[in-house]
Ligand binder design. Sequence first.
Ligand SMILES: [Cu+2]
Length: 225
Amino acid sequence: MQLRNVVLLSLLQLTKAHFLLNSPPTIGFSDDEEGDYPCGSFDATDRKTVTDFPIGGIPIALTSTHPEVTWFYRAALLNDTNNWVDLYQSITQVGQGNFCSQNVPGLADWEGQDAVLQIAASAPDGWLFQCSAIKFVSGAATAPGGSCRNATSVKASFSNEKLILNAQTTTISGSSSKPTQTGTSNMAPPASTTSATGSNAGASNRVEKLAIFGSIAGAIGLLFI
Ligand SMILES: [Cu+2]
């Protein structure tokens, strides 16, 4: 009886916080409504805190509470928040805790424009979203701060999944396997072309991610939970 209670409790804790957007500042976080497209129930056009997003790139700091999650970094213009454009290749994080993408590039075509950054997560319990108010500006990459780092147990690799997502459809296409895919998403046939950053495939993903994400800091996981 007591053992059963312990098991139940740990299951509940796992489902507590889906993911946290630590940097850039989130428009808002609601654990219960993080599944609401496009910004986890918050207003995509909120401009209370606006982050300059150099075309050279910014670090994105996240915390996942799921054993596996695939991240999609996208942006939309402030006046057109139904059309999201990929900023980067999707990334699968294995292991719970902090995750840092050190340099996610901006969109040169949108330099000087007010925009919204969307972090979409494909998690075992469905789709999750958080947004950040941004403005694309010229310039070199922002260096990642000390809080943008990977938990020691976290492994990340590029995914070939492409997200085609608006209010009505939730579709992933790609050739990578995603055994925990749930919810309303469908596995579509593999895309015929790979993105510019997607020439890597299979086992080489893991090698490339080391080069791109740099060294993994010996950080303590779950720092922000
Ligand atoms: Cu969750």
